[in-house]
Design a protein around this ligand. Structure first.
Ligand SMILES: *[C@@H]1O[C@H](CO)[C@@H](O)[C@H](O)[C@H]1NC(C)=O
Ligand SMILES: *[C@@H]1O[C@H](CO)[C@@H](O)[C@H](O)[C@H]1NC(C)=O
Length: 222
């Protein structure tokens, strides 16, 4: 591409503009994705079975929703340390390898809803201190959330855990989220046991921090 630029230099300025446009948008945009601006790669609904190749290193918004991606290599995000928004909604992910998010300290928004996750292990988001919104809803087999799953999420304001297969959750998973403002827990098969009683008590104590309408469904406990 650089040699392409040199080759164009003797030509009119319009060609140079074209060349820089190619550098910024065309050449570096992975097929079959769209790159509406220099920091956004939009591969939504393209039928992808795996992550696209050749994503620009300076990407900030990576939109991958509505594909069939079933695996993220643990080192995938090492190269994309500027990533602010990662949308993996509605894919086929069944697990998050430990360390996957350990280099994404600028990540603010992460959507893993509508996947096939079964558990959220301890320390998954340990280095994600900038994360503000985390969507983990609608994973029909997600039944286990470690007590330390959300450790490190010191900026997290919104956590979506609705429509999963959660029958219980330790209060400790939530009580460490000091910035939490919105929590969604409805449409889970909660079981009334000691864990639930503790969770219920914590929710009662934190009514002021949580929007009433959003989590009242958690009270349906049969
Ligand atoms: C999920 O993605 C598939 C494939 O793109 C699409 O057909 C389906 O409507 C999407 N489902 C939701 C709930 O968005
Ligand atoms: C989701 O997980 C279930 C059970 O682990 C499995 O039977 C199913 O094939 C998975 N679906 C996809 C789309 O990966």
């Amino acid at each position: 591409m650089l040699s392409c630029c040199r080759w164009l230099q003797p030509l009119v300025q319009a060609s140079l503009l074209l060349c820089s446009a190619l550098l910024n948008h065309g050449q570096l945009c992975p097929t079959p994705c769209l790159c509406p601006d220099p920091h956004t790669v939009d591969c939504s609904g393209q039928g992808l079975g795996s992550l696209p190749d050749l994503i620009p290193l300076n990407v900030r918004r990576l939109l991958l929703s509505g594909n069939f991606i079933d695996h993220i290599p643990a080192d995938f995000l090492v190269l994309y340390s500027d990533l602010v928004c990662l949308d993996l909604r509605n894919n086929s992910l069944s697990a998050i390898e430990l360390g996957t998010f350990s280099t994404s300290s600028k990540l603010v928004f992460l959507d893993l809803g509508w996947n096939n996750l079964t558990e959220i292990p301890a320390g998954t988001f340990l280095e994600s201190g900038s994360l503000i919104k985390l969507r983990l809803d609608s994973n029909p087999y997600l039944s286990s959330i470690s007590e330390d799953a959300f450790l490190g999420l010191t900026s997290l304001r919104e956590l979506e855990l609705e429509s999963n297969a959660l029958s219980s959750m330790k209060v400790a998973s939530l009580s460490q989220l000091s910035s939490l403002k919105v929590l969604r827990l409805e449409d889970n098969p909660w079981v009334c046991n000691c864990n639930f009683a503790n969770l219920y008590a914590w929710l009662m104590e934190n009514l002021d921090r949580l929007p009433r309408g959003k989590f009242t469904a958690v009270f349906f406990c049969s």
